[in-house]
Structures are given as structure tokens and as C-alpha cells.
Design a protein around this ligand. Structure first.
Ligand SMILES: N[C@@H](CCC(=O)N[C@@H](CSC=O)C(=O)NCC(=O)O)C(=O)O
Length: 281
């Protein structure tokens, strides 16, 4: 059951913020949704946006400027929070890249975290919930995200192409098993066995892929991004896609950094990419 926290008229549609009791997280969770005007006539395609480290369900909706084009295209936008809140795990707020605001879209297996940090399964729970409660066309669902959320989008789609029919990312953590953010998160949530990491690593998943993701993949990356060299590794994912014959459009943009001005600049392209893909499902 959804509890409506606030709603705001926006480009002929409505921007809402909800809270609900999550079965997977075992705590209340918040998410935001933009419902385009076309939803007054019937179910519409939906696009999940997975945000990055330190973000909340609000960040994308107030910073990306996506609603105008989503309203034009008739796309619902859904943005979950990035971690459990109030789990009260010892140390969960000690650093900004692990714990609160940094759930990494995995189901933790380490005892300390496993009770609440189940963001992979939570995204599927939320997908089912909005399918029941909001005018979503459940056959036409896509996913995109930024940085940690770009990693989440790629892995969610590569693991369940039957559910997420379209995927794109802004500056994703494309090979988390190889970078400091990913190693810290995966060690903490999943343990030392790197065999367990591969299921949540887009480059590993692509390396193991037997069939390409049908709709192709779009990634935008700023070349002025301070995290690019140490954390993101788009070249590793690009190489894995080449080996797997996976159609990938990886655009590198001089001068753009890691932040939401970069996302604002290219979000329209992503929305049109998804709308086109979802129209043909
Ligand atoms: N606090 C950090 C910066 C954190 C940061 O840059 N977060 C990014 C996502 S990074 C990867 O997931 C973000 O989207 N922040 C929200 C924003 O509004 O920009 C530091 O001190 O460097």
C-alpha cells in the first residue's frame, strides 16, 4: 500500500512522492514518480532511474530536468531511494560510499547487512508494486541510472532482459569488481569471495553473456569526470560488449563532469532512446 507524501502538478502530469512498507527491506522506503498526462487515458511505459552515491528518491526529479520530455513522450519516471534508511546497522553512516545512500543495488549476504540491505530485490518489489498501484504498462519497462545507479541499471537489465526491455546509463561504475568503490561495497555486502561479485558486475555479466541485450545499450560519459579513471572503467565494459557482439553506443563528451549538469544535458537523448525501444516491445 502506498502512502502519498506530496504531489505537484508538472508539465500537464503530476510529480508525486510516496512512502511504503517494503517487504524486502523490512523498513519504510520512499520513492518518487512522475506520471505523464497520457496516463489519464491508460497504462504508459515506465522508466526506473537508479541514482548514485549519496542521492535520494528526490535527487533525479529535482536536478535532471527530465519531466518536460517525459510528458511529451508519455513516459512514467520512477526513482527509488538508494539504500535502506533507519536500518541502524553499526557504522552504516560512517562513509558516503558505503551503507546509507550507497546500497549498490545488491542483496547483501554478510550477516551484518543481510537483514535490510536488499536493494536488488527491492527494485523488483517496487516494480511489482507500481504495476499494481499505478497506471504502468508492465510489458514496457526500462531502466537507467547514474554512477552507482548506472551500475545498478546495467546489472538489473542484463540479469532480467525479460523485465527491463531497455537500458542506458550516465557515467556508470561499469566494472565494480575492479574499482575502489565497488571493491569496498562488494566486500562489505557480499564478502571476500569474488565469485559472488560477478553476478552484480556489468562487465563480468557481459563477458559471460550468451545473447546480446536486444535493444542495444546507450552510455554517456563525461571526459571531465573526476571519477572516470579511478572508479568507472567504461573501456572495460566497452571491450566486453565488443567481445560479446553487444550493440553499445558509448558517447564520450569533452568537458562534462560527473554531476547533474552533465545529466541534464543528455537526459533527453536517454528518454527518447527508451521511448523508441519500449514502443517496439
Ligand atoms: N560526497 C562525494 C560526492 C558524491 C557524489 O558525487 N555523488 C554523485 C554520485 S557518485 C556515484 O554514484 C551524485 O550523484 N551526487 C548527487 C549530486 O547532486 O550531484 C564527494 O565528496 O566527492
Amino acid at each position: 500500500m502506498l502512502e502519498l507524501l506530496s504531489e505537484h502538478a508538472c508539465f500537464g502530469g503530476v510529480q508525486r512522492f510516496y512512502r511504503h512498507e517494503s517487504r524486502e527491506i523490512g523498513l519504510p522506503m520512499r520513492f518518487s514518480v512522475f506520471i505523464p498526462p497520457q496516463a489519464q487515458q491508460g497504462p504508459v511505459p515506465a522508466l526506473f532511474y537508479l541514482a548514485g552515491l549519496t542521492c535520494t528518491e528526490e535527487t533525479f526529479m529535482i536536478k535532471a530536468g527530465a519531466q518536460r520530455v517525459a510528458a511529451e513522450l508519455g513516459l512514467m519516471l520512477i526513482a527509488p531511494d538508494t539504500s535502506p534508511r533507519g536500518a541502524d546497522v553499526d557504522g552504516e553512516s560512517d562513509s558516503w560510499d558505503f551503507g546509507v545512500g550507497a546500497g549498490f543495488y545488491v542483496d547483501a549476504t554478510q550477516a551484518k547487512w543481510a537483514g535490510h540491505y536488499r536493494m536488488y530485490s527491492y527494485i523488483h518489489e517496487l516494480r511489482e508494486l507500481v504495476g499494481q498501484e499505478l497506471p504502468v504498462d508492465a510489458r514496457r519497462i526500462g531502466v537507467f541510472g547514474h554512477s552507482m545507479g548506472g551500475h545498478g541499471a546495467l546489472t538489473m537489465a542484463l540479469k532480467r532482459p525479460d523485465v527491463f526491455r531497455s537500458v542506458s546509463a550516465f557515467a556508470p561504475i561499469a566494472a565494480p569488481s575492479q574499482c575502489p568503490w565497488g571493491k569496498k561495497a562488494f566486500t562489505g555486502y557480499l564478502g571476500e569471495d569474488q565469485g559472488a561479485w560477478a553476478q552484480y558486475d556489468a562487465t563480468s555479466l557481459m563477458t559471460q553473456a550468451t545473447t546480446p541485450f536486444p535493444a542495444g545499450i546507450l552510455i554517456d560519459q563525461g571526459l571531465g569526470d573526476k571519477f572516470l579513471a579511478e572508479q568507472l572503467y567504461p573501456e572495460a565494459f566497452e571491450a566486453a560488449c565488443a567481445t560479446a557482439a553487444q550493440p553499445l553506443t558509448l558517447r564520450r563528451h569533452a568537458g562534462y563532469d560527473h554531476g547533474y549538469y552533465f545529466i541534464q544535458t543528455f537526459v533527453e537523448d536517454h528518454l527518447r532512446f527508451h521511448a523508441s525501444n519500449l514502443a517496439t516491445v
